[in-house]
Design a protein around this ligand. Structure first.
Ligand code: FES
Length: 110
């Protein structure tokens, strides 16, 4: 059953997100990081769970994103941190490619 508070939002074109590229977008006041890691598109929170730092400033390593401040890596698939100091996951969001556009599934914020 679909949740009426969910929405698919267009965030990029496929051409913008070649492998290894990142883009950050803000939707309803929430920051998302869209990445192409090893040919797969992922969407996660653009905020480290350790401190309020943009993960856009970090780098992609395999299918993980590494925070630029203290070096914790997060799985782009699950959002789980792979090492300290971060110990909380970041949010992950479904992605879809439709007619060369990248969409992510987000919650509507009131
Ligand atoms: S702010 Fe990201 S690991 Fe500390």
């Amino acid at each position: 059953m679909s949740d009426t508070n969910e929405q698919w939002v267009e965030v990029a074109t496929v051409d913008e997100l070649s492998p290894g590229k990142m883009k950050r977008v803000e939707i309803d006041g929430h920051r998302y990081l869209i990445t192409n890691a090893e040919g797969q598109i992922y969407a996660v929170d653009d905020q480290c769970s350790h401190e309020d730092v943009s993960l856009y400033l970090g780098c992609i390593q395999g299918k993980n994103i590494k925070c630029s401040l203290h070096g914790s890596r997060f799985s782009l698939e699950t959002g789980e941190p792979l090492e300290a100091p971060a110990d909380e996951p970041i949010g992950t969001y479904e992605t879809r490619v439709k007619i060369k556009k990248v969409l992510i599934k987000t919650h509507k914020f009131p």
